[in-house]
Design a binder for this molecule. Structure first.
Ligand code: TRP
Length: 338
């Protein structure tokens, strides 16, 4: 049976944090290592530029950081194709063709774009490129004929929009060229980690993140600053474990579930201090983060090699995307010169 094709991607606007790791990276590595998929991983620098046109340096710097983060968590260029969006010209032309079969109104209704436009405070000056990024994302997905797209809930509207474009295209041009993608969602509750401050989301702008590139000292300081239970004042006080970020992290990262259950019971009864439980969490996190940090440091020694990986991945991706573009041009009938 033919392998399924996965496309995932990230906008490079900074380094990746453990929220990315929990929400997608570790899942991507597992899917990669299952050997059941053709795996494309896109660094979506062009999409990042849609609201950073005046600061391309930020995107350039983030590109290499994200590549290092990928390699550090175990994305293996021998098993996955890591590509750079801006180096795949066919994506731009596909975007143009799709723009002709989608309405401005339909894009305006995309909930993800709506929310982001509010968050980013563009006012009256939403960049047109930003506004249409769902269509460019449809180009990303269809260029590789991806049938499986692992995403968080916030990206589901992108998939819905992509499926509509695929159906419209195949209907209008009476060809079965483009492939409708399906979402691949992490099991409920497993995909999200709160920020250090207990906020539901970990993010750079909230300054509540642990980065994959943080050194051991920084991680330990961040863990010591974490939000716990405001009512747990003295060690002897009974404490709450629900909504207590330290225990949420332990639930996610500690493989020793019996140990976590015992610690929770002790904390709830009273007699387990925050400092002690944070020290323990720090050890658990180090088990996960130290190997990632070490691998990252190795690749960082040889950035030329990392760029070479991106170049080769992009070359491979160009072959596939150009073939899809040829089929799309044939379908529309604009391959005038053969
Ligand atoms: N929109 C995604 C993000 O903001 C990045 C992305 C671009 C993407 N193209 C994609 C994700 C294609 C999945 C498939 O992180």
């Amino acid at each position: 049976m033919a392998k399924k094709t996965i496309l995932t991607g990230d906008r490079p606007t900074g380094k990746l944090h453990i929220g990315h790791y929990v929400g997608s990276l570790r899942n991507r590595v597992a899917l990669q290592n299952s050997g059941e998929y053709d795996n494309y991983i896109m660094i979506a620098d062009q999409q990042a530029l849609t609201d950073n046109a005046r600061d391309p340096e930020k995107i350039r710097n983030s590109l290499i950081q994200v590549a290092l983060d990928y390699l550090a968590v175990g994305i293996d260029p021998a098993k996955s194709t890591i590509l750079v969006q801006s180096q795949i010209p066919a994506l731009n032309e596909l975007t143009m063709h799709y723009l002709n079969i989608v309405s401005v109104n339909r894009i305006s209704r995309n909930p993800t774009v709506k929310t982001e436009i509010k968050q980013k405070k563009f006012g009256e000056s939403v960049p047109a490129g930003f506004f249409i990024y769902p269509v460019s994302q449809a180009a990303d997905i269809t260029a590789f004929k991806a049938d499986t797209v692992p995403v968080g809930d916030d990206q589901e509207p992108m998939l819905e929009q992509t499926r509509e474009i695929v159906r419209s295209f195949n209907t209008i041009y009476q060809k079965d060229i483009l492939v409708e993608p399906e979402g691949y969602f992490p099991p409920k509750g497993l995909g999200r980690i709160p920020g250090l401050d207990g906020n539901a989301k970990m993010s750079k702008s909230l300054n509540n993140a642990i980065y994959l590139s943080d050194d051991a000292d920084t991680v330990s300081k961040k863990v010591m600053s974490m939000y716990t239970d405001p009512e747990h004042i003295k060690v002897s006080d009974p404490g709450h474990v629900e909504g207590n970020t330290v225990f949420t992290y332990l639930d996610i990262f500690d493989q020793d579930k019996a140990q976590v259950a015992a610690l929770k019971a002790q904390y709830q009864a009273g007699g387990l201090g925050d400092v002690k439980i944070k020290r323990y969490l720090n050890e658990v996190l180090e088990d996960v983060l130290a190997p990632i940090r070490d691998r990252r440091a190795q690749y960082e020694q040889d950035l030329d090699y990392v760029y070479q990986i991106l170049k080769e991945g992009s070359e491979k991706a160009n072959v596939v995307a150009n073939q899809t573009l040829k089929e799309v041009r044939d379908a529309i009938g604009i391959n005038y010169f053969g």
